[in-house]
Design a protein around this ligand. Structure first.
Ligand code: URA
Length: 430
């Protein structure tokens, strides 16, 4: 039996007692955990020690590199165009990847979006796209590269080969209360993005009710940590700090989010979805060498839509097919005249999930037509009896639990109540 270089218990003691782990120690720990020598119980103690005591910049960098080294690293040198990618930390109604990837690709840039499926109240990009008849998320390497070259944008499932240590560690963190540690989140996200091989990366780091980290100061710290990790690894990285107190756009679900994305690609769509799509596209294109790209024009004149259609067709989908519609609807109306002053993202995300738009277990299917359509946004004047939102589900039994999660989540205040819309983009970190 080979002699191991370190002892997991010693490393746990170091972190427990607020010490710093060295590069060799972190490399060994990640490798030994990936091959099963270090057990889940030891790694759980380590992640809790990291959660409580943090990590220094060098430790976070070492952890990220060790997780990248646990798997394969993609390389886009053979492509004739520059690559640029975006990652969002996730939120309610966050469908931005759908219009964004083809919009940016319409400028001759490659956008390799390796995405995931949703778990809990935040939806997954692949779940949304799978509501398009025929569309498939799994591509071979050859198909992936050919589509990047021909169409420019690809949104598909990440292969199991990228940062497998992160996969194992994330599953462990999920069940041990150690997800919300900034060193662990930053290294988890950035190990996958760096392994994916993009030359440039724009991060959409959210804060507020529906975000992963609610506190803006913690989101800022996460953004700064990830930008530093990207730059250290030679990836041009920028982050936008964005508000997730209110759902993005007017749809939460899968098929309805695709519908709204297509509206944006047709030059319309809700103002907040357009604002964020345009801001992220500008950042991605600037990093790819096109700081003056007229992004709005590409939405208005159909170029982004043409790329969307090509992208969906290349993955077997029919861009003209009707999207699924739920069997049952339940409309909630305003009980007075006034101003909508509250629409809290998290309860709306939970309600959509309870309607069947999300999954409680990895293996569960999602119901593509389930979800919520919002008919008013905070700051809007409403009249008594006016629809505020519509719940959609295939099974009407789901409405009751969805409505329970929405109790106290929205409020119509007296006419004339002062209301200030919060800016969507709070800051930019580079
Ligand atoms: N997303 C990830 O990929 N990893 C985390 O740790 C959190 C969110």
């Amino acid at each position: 039996m080979a002699i191991e270089k370190f002892d997991a218990v010693d490393l746990i003691h170091t972190k427990r007692d607020k010490g710093a782990l060295g590069t060799e120690q972190i490399n060994w720990l990640v490798d030994a955990y990936t091959r099963g020598y270090v057990g889940d119980e030891q790694m759980a103690a380590m992640t809790m020690a990291i959660f409580l005591n943090g990590m220094g910049r060098q430790e976070i960098r070492d952890l990220t590199l060790a997780m990248i080294a646990s798997g394969e690293r993609m390389n886009f040198d053979s492509l004739s165009k520059p690559t640029t990618d975006k990652h969002s930390t996730g939120g309610v109604g966050d469908k931005i990847t759908l219009p964004l990837a083809p919009l940016v690709a319409s400028f001759g840039v490659a956008v390799p979006q390796l995405s995931g499926r949703g778990l809990g109240h935040t939806g997954g990009t692949l779940d949304k796209l799978e509501s398009i008849p025929g569309w498939r998320a799994d591509l071979s390497n050859e198909e992936f590269f050919a589509q990047l070259e021909d169409v420019g944008s690809v949104i598909c499932a990440a292969g199991a080969g990228l940062a497998p240590a992160d996969k194992k560690l994330y599953a462990l963190r999920d069940i041990t209360g150690t997800v919300e540690a900034i060193p662990l989140i930053a290294s988890s996200i950035m190990s996958k993005k760096i392994a994916e091989g993009t030359a440039a990366l724009v991060l959409d780091v959210k804060f507020g009710s529906g975000a992963f980290l609610k506190d803006p100061a913690r989101s800022r710290e996460l953004a700064e940590t990830m930008v530093a990790l990207g730059k250290d690894a030679g990836v041009a990285t920028v982050a936008l700090l964005t508000n997730m107190n209110v759902p993005l756009g007017l749809t939460i679900g899968n098929a309805n989010e695709v519908r709204e994305s297509v509206e944006v690609l047709a030059g319309g769509g809700p103002a907040d979805v357009v604002e964020l799509t345009v801001a992220l596209a500008r950042e991605m294109l600037a990093l790819a060498g096109q700081p003056d790209a007229d992004v709005e024009a590409a939405l208005k004149d159909g170029r982004a839509m043409d790329t969307w259609r090509a992208m969906i067709s290349a993955q077997g989908g029919d861009p003209d097919a009707a999207l699924p519609v739920a069997r049952e609807q339940h409309v909630v109306t305003a009980d007075r005249d006034g101003i909508l002053v509250q629409q809290e993202a998290l309860p709306f995300g939970v309600a959509a999930w309870r309607l069947g738009a999300g999954r409680a277990r990895k293996q569960d299917p999602v119901q593509h037509a389930a979800g919520i359509d919002l008919h008013a946004k905070p700051g809007d004047t409403v009249t008594k009896g006016q629809p505020l939102f519509t719940l959609s589900a295939d099974e009407p039994e789901r409405f009751e639990r969805a409505l329970e999660s929405l109790e106290g989540a929205y409020e119509v205040a007296e006419p004339g109540t002062p209301f200030e819309v919060q800016p969507l983009i709070a800051d930019r970190i580079s």
